[in-house]
Unconditional design. Structure first.
Length: 286
């Protein structure tokens, strides 16, 4: 049953139909928050909402593609009509596309940028006036550990996540004077449908010591960042020093892959020559 820690507060989760977004919604619902889940597919949204309601949560759903600024504004208008304000906005939408840069499908790369970056921009512009009306005033963006430790073949995905983090860093400075919290969460690999079929294939090898965490663990990190108003959160948190080191010395990431991933030099050569086809698995998760 929900507790009263966030009783009556309104949390909007963009990308809330599955994966980290759904777990974030469940975590906030357990704390008494009212939820609004936004994603592209209504069927999956309804399934997610049913799960939250079965656990005692209060939830509304709105199907929209926030790559379209008009749909983002329509979603915000719906939130205004039903709730009047938004205490927490969590942006968790993403697609996952890996490819060597030379052979990147530009249309798919633009799709990743639309979902990860432009969707966040549109969501922020549409929902920020409602966040200003609340007491908690929190905006949280799901970036990625690949922003700090960017491996080969993450050309499209990491570029979009880099853009998202850059947007959030600038936004934080602009809004701090208003008392608005802007948090960036950078999880490592998370066991969700987004990476299913990609992980441990040649385009997505994990070097030694990098764990795959659960969506529940990632969601707990999001909730902690909101409640403690954390600016930056790396998940798992014990990897934060390594992430900072890798961001300062990106060549170290290259060395670490060569040292700890068996046959990494061969994989680089084969996949670059093959255009990534040898490691391609399935289409991106919605």
């Amino acid at each position: 049953m929900p507790d009263s820690l966030m009783k009556g507060e309104v949390v909007v989760v963009i990308g809330g139909s599955s994966g980290i977004g759904l777990e974030v919604a469940r975590q906030f619902a357990r704390r008494g928050a009212r939820l609004m889940l936004v994603a592209r597919g209504r069927d999956r949204l309804e399934q997610a909402a049913s799960r939250v309601r079965a656990e005692g949560g209060e939830v509304e759903v709105y199907a929209a593609d926030l790559a379209d600024s008009r749909q983002a504004q329509a979603a915000a208008d719906y939130a205004r009509q039903h709730f009047g304000r938004v205490d927490v906005l969590v942006y968790s939408a993403a697609v996952f596309y890996l490819a060597p840069a030379e052979h990147m499908d530009v249309a798919r790369a633009k799709g990743a940028m639309d979902a990860i970056f432009w969707g966040a921009v549109h969501a922020t512009q549409a929902f920020l006036p409602l966040v200003r009306l609340s007491k908690r005033k929190s905006l949280v963006y799901l970036a990625s550990l690949s922003v700090h430790c960017t491996p080969a073949f993450f050309t499209a995905y990491a570029a979009a996540k880099h853009a998202l983090r850059g947007f959030a860093l600038a936004l934080r400075q602009e809004l701090r004077g208003e008392g608005i919290h802007v948090g960036v969460i950078s999880p490592g690999p998370v066991d969700t449908p987004l990476i299913e079929g990609h992980l441990h294939q040649d385009l997505y090898r994990l070097p030694a010591g990098v764990p795959v965490i659960t969506a529940e663990a990632a969601a707990k990190g999001v909730v902690h960042a909101v409640l403690r108003r954390r600016d930056e959160t790396v998940l798992p948190r014990w990897m934060a020093p390594a992430a900072a080191f890798a961001l300062a010395f990106p060549r170290a990431v290259e060395w670490y892959y060569h040292w700890t991933v068996p046959g990494w030099k061969r994989i680089l050569a084969e996949q670059t020559k093959a255009g990534g086809r040898a490691g391609e698995s399935r289409p991106d998760a919605p």
